[in-house]
Design a binder for this molecule. Structure first.
Ligand code: NAD
Ligand code: LMR
Length: 333
């Protein structure tokens, strides 16, 4: 049996975590042979409901759940963590853009980046979910100067999954037969769900669908899916976000399938002309716990315009939070 790994999770009594924690404990995130220690972190006022969730986890008698610890202090909760899921943050309400959460949520991630830098395992893998996820991941990474920026990622897998799920429903194909979709850019309404390289049953996807529908309806549907869910449900996506977190971490740790790739918010190395250093969603392949940007994809003028729009939005968000970004010290930042 393997030694247990430590997973620190903020917002552990929130809506996303309510679906997520039980999936992690069954082995869906890392693997069926990997015991886990859950280090659950919450605000002091949410510790009582968190205790209830811990009781429920215990009552499931999950073989892979080695132990659980509860923390109302991030520093204590992140000690030795191999994986850190930063979910704890305010969600947006109806009629809001995610960037309107910057003033409330961004400062959380500067403090957490510093603590991860000091206290987490040196090989830690960090996923930022709290919105605006890309910019929060940038803040956390820049405040962790002893770790590689490549260790900090933002969740855009939900957008990737939405692209496949909605395409599958539209075409009648199974989602598993829709491959090589890419979501470029920010986890916001400027993101670009790109089908130019996608395949359905191994054949190019675009010739199989109506071009006007793709350009005028589909793209906006994916961009605004988060708002549509908030309007319908009165709260932002939770179960689908939990599923996307499982998929993102699983593939980062265990690798992506042959003949496919996934979308992850990662630090830009300048690929596809995107400004170096921002956290931007790219197509990536993962192997042996690392990811690499898929290179050499042809970018049409239509795609370039949309990719640039999202890049510009991220640069504007970066300017807004510049006081939370310590000066760069290393080449790789
Ligand atoms: P929620 O309000 O149900 O739960 C958030 C929890 O975080 C609360 O229990 C709160 O007490 C806790 N929290 C707040 N600040 C904290 C801190 N500093 N440390 C520890 N815990 C803290 O919200 P939710 O629905 O679980 O969503 C959480 C965040 O995830 C929101 O910002 C939401 O917009 C975002 N989100 C992102 C994606 C994505 O794809 N990137 C998808 C869905 C939701
Ligand atoms: C989503 O995409 O569902 C989340 O980011 C929540 C939101 O605010 O839309």
């Amino acid at each position: 049996m393997k030694r247990p790994v430590r997973i620190a999770i903020t917002g552990a009594a929130g809506s996303i975590s309510h679906s997520l924690l039980f999936k992690i404990a069954t082995g869906e995130m890392i693997g069926q042979d990997q015991p886990v220690i859950l280090q659950l972190i919450e605000m002091p006022q949410a510790m009582e409901p968190l205790r209830g969730i811990a009781m429920e986890l215990e009552d499931c008698a999950f073989p892979l759940l080695h132990s659980i610890s509860l923390h109302d202090n991030f520093e204590e909760g992140v000690v030795g963590a191999h994986y850190v899921l930063l979910i704890g943050a305010k969600p947006r309400g109806p009629g809001m853009e995610r960037s309107e959460l910057i003033a409330t949520n961004a400062p959380i991630f500067a403090h957490q980046g510093q603590a991860i830098n000091k206290l987490a395992n040196r090989d830690v893998k960090v996923l930022v979910v709290g919105n605006p996820a890309n910019t929060n991941a940038l803040i956390a990474s820049r405040n962790a100067p002893d770790l590689s920026p490549a260790q900090f990622t933002a969740l855009t897998r939900l957008d990737h999954n939405r692209t496949r799920g909605i395409m599958a429903n539209h075409t009648g194909a199974n989602p598993k037969d829709i491959r090589r979709v890419t979501v470029w850019g920010n986890h916001s309404s400027t993101q670009f769900p790109d089908l130019h390289h996608a395949t359905i049953y191994g054949e190019p996807a675009l010739p199989q669908i109506d071009q006007d529908w793709y350009r005028d309806t589909f793209i906006e549907k994916i961009q605004k899916r988060g708002s549509a869910i908030i309007d319908a449900r009165g709260h932002s996506s939770a179960a689908s976000a939990a599923q996307a977190i499982i998929n993102h971490m699983h593939d980062w740790i265990n690798g992506t399938p042959e003949n496919d790739w996934v979308s992850m918010g990662i630090v830009s190395d300048g690929s596809y002309g995107i400004e170096k250093g921002i956290i931007y969603s790219f197509p990536v392949r993962c192997d042996y716990g690392r990811y690499q940007i898929v290179q050499g994809l042809e970018i049409s003028e239509f795609a370039r315009e949309k990719m640039t729009l999202s890049e510009q939005e991220l640069l504007t968000e970066m300017e807004t939070v510049k006081d939370l970004l310590p000066k760069e010290t290393g080449e790789s930042h």
